[in-house]
Design a protein around this ligand. Structure first.
Ligand code: ATP
Ligand code: MG
Length: 557
């Protein structure tokens, strides 16, 4: 692809529309329904809508598509606003709601009735379903379809005035009950629902249907390109029909692209809501959730999410992208940005028997091996140290280059040590290693040119800080939990492990994401950390341990 070529088919259409003079300015909208928190799929839509407008000097609305009272709430509205800002986008003064247009929509409905293009139906919900026909059989006309305009106007006004109960009447578009496209078989425009609205309060007891409200809201706002996912492709004729009938000043164009699905993650607000309601996770922002709130708390940087959707691309083909691809974006961003620190997740005590009891030395440690601008820090070193249990093996294979009985290893930024004695408890578990250090091997001093194959991390016992560290894994065992009949059956029981770790003292003050050397990227959990009781989240491991398994599983999914 050459540099001047648009990245995807939507950007191509937009470029063409600007070039031909069809539009002088691109106007888009991101229209979430506030019935749950935004997830990784929405990230794609946000980046696309805000992205194409920003790239061409256009504008984007954040529109809360709130036509379904009962399921929607101000809590979700606030979370959505916060999430979009955090991702790096700004709607400025263009925050709207479908409900802002309820008066205009009502007037447009009256206009349709006056044109003879809409009627009040009084069949029951069951009858309406029956009359609708099937994919292979045409529907049939409702006996109320030919009501006169005056009667329709009267009934619709009385629906508005609250004279009828839920489901007694329905305003429908008069299109074609035999259309092969089910969406065109006289779809509903307004239904009666005696329920309060999250934004409009008690004013209404009739509410417009999504298809009617959405396209007209687009038109009212002067949206030029209404970008949505492929499931709305069959709704486009209806979208256009309303515009043809009502001839608003601005005529938006609906363009569909495929949904972004990520392996091992669920991208349906309804199912994510079930995970929260059932207590499977600790909330919408549980760091295992593929919600923006969850990924943020987990420590995923917004740049990484934006990069991920660029790599995923905008297409018309359904796709399931590897979770590993998302994690790689996170690793790449943090690899450059995160300072290095030392932490021991599963501590094993080492006593340096030839090191003076009360001595403390300060070892100079680089904060970033690839970038001297990060500077250095001083690590306290003393007689008793914590090392990782995994870094010692009593019966080690020949190629094990960490610590083993009578073996040597270098402590990062410190000395070479030798393991002389292994202490066990009554259960036969290794609880302590007695080692000696070689004073001539202090890192960076060059008094000895002795080399050993392995280097391990450590924390001084006297100076180390206790912390809970949460190690997250995939929430599901199945690459495509969206497809599972019951997602409960594919939950990964081991998606969270909490360890009591030892951290180098400088981590008491950290408020950014860091790399724990040799272990992965971690951040403070802002919510659960209390004074003196730090809680860290593992953002991502250093390497993709799932790569192979995921590739295989995706081929079968
Ligand atoms: P959900 O099934 O999670 O409720 P939705 O499509 O009903 O998703 P909306 O709040 O209506 O959620 O979505 C707002 C916008 O985000 C819509 O334009 C929708 O097409 C888009 N969107 C939702 N999910 C995805 C996805 N997985 N990939 C890309 N865009 C998405
Ligand atoms: Mg929806």
């Amino acid at each position: 692809m050459n540099d001047n070529e648009p990245r995807d088919f939507i950007r191509k259409i937009i470029d063409d529309d600007l070039e031909s003079g069809k539009h002088a300015e691109i106007v888009t909208r991101f229209p979430p329904e506030p019935n749950g928190y935004l997830h990784i799929g929405h990230v794609m839509s946000i980046c696309l809508n805000f992205g194409v407008a920003a790239e061409t000097g256009g504008r984007t609305y954040l529109r809360l598509d709130d036509t379904n009272p009962g399921k929607e709430s101000p809590e979700y509205v606030e979370a959505i606003k916060e999430n979009v800002h955090w991702l790096g986008f700004d709607w400025e003064d263009r925050l709207t709601h479908a409900s802002d247009y309820f008066d205009r929509l009502y007037q447009s409905a009256i206009e349709l009735i006056e044109k003879g293009a809409a009627y009040v139906d009084s069949l029951s919900a069951d009858e309406i379903r029956e009359y609708r026909g099937t994919l292979t059989e045409p529907g049939k006309n409702s006996p109320y379809r030919d009501r006169g305009i005056e009667e329709n106007l009267d009934l619709f006004r009385r629906m508005y005035a609250g004279e009828f109960g839920d489901g007694e009447h329905l305003l429908r578009a008069k299109i074609d009950m035999a259309s092969p496209n089910m969406n065109m078989r006289d779809p509903a425009i307004y239904r009666i629902r005696h329920i309060a609205h999250q934004n409009a309060g008690d004013k209404w007891c009739i509410y417009p249907m999504y298809d009617f409200a959405h396209g007209l809201s687009d038109a009212y706002e002067g949206i030029t390109h209404s970008l949505c996912t492929l499931e709305f492709e069959d709704h486009r004729p209806l979208y256009d029909w309303f515009l043809d009938q009502l001839q608003p000043e601005h005529r938006p164009r609906q363009i569909e692209f495929s949904r972004l699905n990520v392996a091992y993650a669920i991208t349906s607000k309804r199912k994510l809501n079930a995970l929260v309601e059932e207590g499977v996770v600790a909330g919408w922002d549980d760091p295992r959730m593929p919600t923006i709130a969850g990924m943020r708390r987990r420590g995923y940087p917004p740049e990484a999410l934006r990069e991920f959707v660029i790599r995923a691309g905008v297409t018309k083909k359904d796709k399931l992208i590897e979770m590993g691809a998302l994690e790689n974006c996170v690793r790449e961003t943090l690899g450059d940005a995160a300072p290095r620190r030392m932490a021991v997740l599963r501590p094993l005590k080492v006593v340096l028997t030839n090191y003076p009891e009360d001595q403390v030395e300060f070892m100079e440690a680089m904060n970033h091996p690839g970038n001297p601008d990060f500077g250095t820090r001083e690590l306290p070193f003393s007689r008793e140290l914590w090392i990782e249990q995994d870094d010692f093996m009593e019966e080690a294979p020949r190629k094990f280059f960490r610590l083993k009985p009578d073996g040597e290893v270098r402590l990062r930024f410190g000395y070479i040590i030798r393991c002389n004695e292994v202490i066990k408890n009554d259960a036969g578990e290794v609880v302590e290693l007695r080692c000696s250090y070689d004073p001539d091997t202090r890192s960076g001093t060059g008094t000895s040119d002795r080399k050993v194959k392995g280097t391990i991390h450590w924390v001084s016992c006297k100076h180390g800080m206790d912390a809970s560290v949460r190690l997250y894994d995939r929430l599901f065992n199945d690459a495509n939990p969206n497809k599972a009949d019951d997602f409960h059956s594919v939950l990964n029981e081991n998606s969270l492990e909490v360890v009591r770790a030892k951290l180098e003292p400088s981590l008491a003050e950290v408020d950014e994401s860091v790399q724990f050397e040799r272990l992965g990227y971690f951040c403070v959990d802002a919510q659960d950390t209390a004074v003196g009781e730090p809680v860290f989240n593992r953002i991502v491991t250093l390497r993709d341990s799932w790569a192979k398994i995921e590739k295989q599983a995706m081929q079968q999914a």
